[in-house]
Write a protein that binds this ligand. Structure first.
Ligand SMILES: [Zn+2]
Ligand SMILES: [Zn+2]
Length: 230
């Protein structure tokens, strides 16, 4: 694989680098959770937001895990050979599934499936090299891509979740209580008692469902007095 180098500070000239926003591809927890939630439930049915190799590339690009040029190169490669794209997509989805299992296990306070753990560990192994480079006013931190760019992106995403479940606040991780949603989210509320990924959607839906249930049971089981009168 060819090595790519991009400065994390934008160059002042109109070179290729100046179009590249400063970045280091580091994933924060939210990126990791967003990634896992790209496989979501819609009214209980699974919907994959990474539906094709091209959508997966765009997702990674949008979240700052692929350089524009890398994405374009991969997109061309995938367009030329569908199998290459499908293989990459398969890899992305398998790591995502394994990350989900690790998160589920954390929330459920149980050890994760061994295969899933091994897959996340494999994803973490892609090297990522930091290096200092001279800058007009001193030095700046640069990075190098030594391996496959998709593997590199997956490594950063896996790392964000690995850090959180081991050294972060794993007790703040939640799975949405809506059985038809099951989003993974980080409960940042002061009380730490959030049950739904989003109060305005899942929270209200749950409230509405409870309300419907109550109305139904009221009509299904009329009070004794009413039944006796019939
Ligand atoms: Zn980069
Ligand atoms: Zn939800």
């Amino acid at each position: 694989m060819n090595e790519q180098r991009f400065p994390t500070t934008s160059a002042s000239d109109a070179s290729e680098h100046s179009r590249q926003a400063p970045h280091g591809h580091q994933a924060d927890l939210q990126d990791g959770l967003d990634f896992v939630n790209t496989l979501e439930l819609e009214r209980g049915d699974p919907v994959d937001r990474l539906a094709s190799p091209a959508t997966a590339l765009h997702w990674l690009r949008e979240h700052g895990f692929l350089h524009d040029q890398t994405m374009e190169r991969l997109a061309t490669q995938f367009a030329d050979d569908e199998e290459v794209g499908q293989r990459a997509l398969g890899r992305i989805r398998r790591v995502r599934g394994a990350m989900r299992e690790v998160l589920d296990a954390t929330v459920e306070r149980r050890p994760p499936d061994g295969q899933a753990l091994e897959r996340v560990n494999r994803a973490l192994r892609t090297p990522y090299t930091y290096e200092l480079v001279p800058a007009p006013d001193g030095v700046s931190l640069d990075h190098r891509h030594d391996g496959d760019p998709i593997d590199g992106a997956l490594a950063r995403l896996a790392e964000s979740v690995a850090r959180e479940v081991s050294q972060g606040e794993p007790e703040r991780l939640r799975i949405c209580a809506n059985e038809e949603c099951r989003w993974v989210f980080n409960d940042t509320s002061p009380t730490g008692r959030r049950k739904w990924c989003d109060m305005s959607t899942c929270g209200n839906r749950a409230k509405a469902a409870r309300h419907r249930e109550r109305r139904k049971s009221e009509t299904a089981d009329p009070p004794d007095g009413v039944a006796a009168a019939g």
